[in-house]
Design a protein around this ligand. Structure first.
Ligand SMILES: Nc1ncnc2c1ncn2[C@@H]1O[C@H](COP(=O)(O)OP(=O)(O)OP(=O)(O)O)[C@@H](O)[C@H]1O
Length: 335
C-alpha cells in the first residue's frame, strides 16, 4: 500500500535528515514510526503525501510512484491528522469535516449525513457539536474532529503525526482506545508517527525505529523488544521495559488454550453478564481489566470446557508471563 525504497532527504545542502530509509506498510496495518526527537519521523511522513519531496529514492502509494501523482489527487486518498489538529478556526465542525467531500463535489445531503455518521463514530453528538466553532471545543474534542475530517472522504490511507500529543494522559488513553476501535471496524492503512513508545506498542502492528535518519529495526513490537537488532534498539526501550513487555504479549501466547475454548472474567463487573475475554488482548489490558474487577486478587480468569472449569489467579498469570518473557529473551519462542 505504501512503500519507501532507499529514500533520503537532505535539507540546506548538507543536513541529512532521512538516510536511505526503506519500508512498506501493508494494507490494513497500523505501522508506527518511532525514535528520538529530530530523527526524521515527520520528514519521512511528509514525503508520502508530497508535503516534502525526497532528495533521492522512490515512494509508492498503491503501486504508483507518488512523484507521478498530482499532490491534490494523492492527498484525496490519504487522510492526514496532525498534533495541533489544524482545524479551520472560522469554519464550524461540520464545515471542517466537509472540506474534502466539498472539494470532491459531493451533494449537500450526502455531506450532511456523512458528517453525522462521522461525529457519531468519533463519539461526539452531532446536534450538540456540528455547529460549534473549534474554539468552543476541548483539546480532546478537537482531536476527534480532526480525525473525523481525515476520514471524511473515506481515504484508504491515514497518516497521523503525534495525533494525541496535546492530550492529558487520561483523555489520551480514551481517545487512543476509540481510534483503535474505529480502525479495527473500518479497514484502514495507518502510519502513526509518535515519540511515545507506550502509545506505539499499544496501537501498532509493526514499528520502524529511526535514529539520526537511519532505520535501526523494523518489526513487531515484540520483535523489537525481545530480539533487538543492536544496542540502540535495546536501550531505547529500557526505561519502559516492563510495561512494553506486557503490551507486546497476548493472552493466547501465555495460556495453553484450545482453539475453540472461550475465556471469561470472574467475577463479572457489577451489573454485567459473564464477559468473554479476547485472547488477542495484551497482558497489559488484561491487567488493567483485572484491577477493575479484582476485589481480593483471587480467581480472575476461568475457562469453561464441558464439565471442567480451569482457573487462574493474578499471580499465576504473572508468573506464566515471566516464564514466557524469559523464553522470548533467550530467543526461544520466535526463533
Ligand atoms: N524544512 C526544514 N529545513 C531544514 N531542516 C529541517 C526541515 N525540517 C526538518 N528539518 C530537520 O530535519 C531533522 C528531522 O526533522 P523531523 O521533523 O523529521 O524529526 P522528527 O523525528 O519528526 O522530530 P520530532 O519528534 O522532534 O518532531 C531535524 O534535524 C530537523 O531540524
Amino acid at each position: 500500500m505504501i512503500q519507501l525504497q532507499h529514500v533520503s532527504k537532505v535539507f540546506d545542502g548538507n543536513h541529512l535528515a532521512v538516510d536511505d530509509v526503506s519500508f512498506s506498510v501493508k494494507e490494513g496495518e497500523i505501522f508506527g514510526l518511532i525514535g528520538t526527537s529530530g530523527c526524521g519521523k515527520t520528514t519521512t511522513m511528509k514525503m508520502i503525501n508530497r508535503l516534502i519531496d525526497p532528495t533521492s529514492g522512490s515512494i509508492f502509494v498503491d503501486d504508483q510512484q507518488v512523484k507521478a501523482q498530482k499532490p491534490e489527487s494523492l492527498r484525496q486518498k490519504i487522510g492526514y491528522v496532525i498534533q495541533d489538529v489544524g482545524l479551520f478556526p472560522h469554519y464550524t465542525v461540520a464545515e471542517n469535516i466537509a472540506t474534502v467531500p466539498t472539494l470532491k463535489g459531493w451533494n449537500k445531503k450526502r455531506i450532511e449525513s456523512r458528517c453525522e455518521d462521522l461525529l457519531e463514530l468519533v463519539g461526539l453528538n452531532a446536534d450538540e457539536f456540528a455547529h460549534r466553532k473549534p474554539e468552543a471545543l476541548s483539546g480532546g474534542q478537537q482531536q476527534r474532529v480532526g480525525l473525523a475530517r481525515a476520514l471524511a472522504a473515506d481515504p484508504p490511507i491515514i497518516l497521523m503525526d503525534e495525533p494525541f500529543g496535546a492530550l492529558d494522559p487520561i483523555t489520551k488513553r480514551e481517545v487512543q482506545i476509540e481510534v483503535q476501535n474505529i480502525f479495527s471496524e473500518i479497514n484502514k492503512t495507518v502510519l502513526l508517527v509518535t515519540h511515545d513508545v507506550v502509545e506505539a506498542f499499544a496501537m501498532c502492528d509493526r514499528l520502524c525505529l529511526l535514529d539520526a535518519g537511519k532505520v535501526q529495526q523494523i518489526g513487531t513490537p515484540q520483535e523489537l523488544l525481545f530480539s533487538p537488532a543492536n544496542d540502540f534498539v535495546d536501550s531505547f526501550f529500557a526505561s519502559d521495559r516492563f510495561q512494553l513487555e506486557l503490551l507486546s504479549v497476548n493472552l493466547s501466547e501465555i495460556l495453553d488454550i484450545e482453539p475453540n475454548s472461550k475465556l471469561y472474567w470472574s467475577p463479572p463487573l457489577e451489573g454485567e453478564q459473564e464477559d468473554e475475554i479476547g485472547r488477542e488482548q495484551s497482558l497489559y489490558s488484561i491487567i488493567e481489566e483485572m484491577e477493575e474487577r479484582a476485589h481480593d486478587n483471587t480467581v480472575i480468569i476461568h475457562r469453561v470446557d464441558g464439565q471442567t472449569v480451569d482457573s487462574l489467579s493474578f499471580s499465576n498469570l504473572l508468573s506464566k508471563f515471566r516464564q514466557y518473557s524469559n523464553t522470548l529473551k533467550a530467543g526461544g519462542a520466535n526463533g
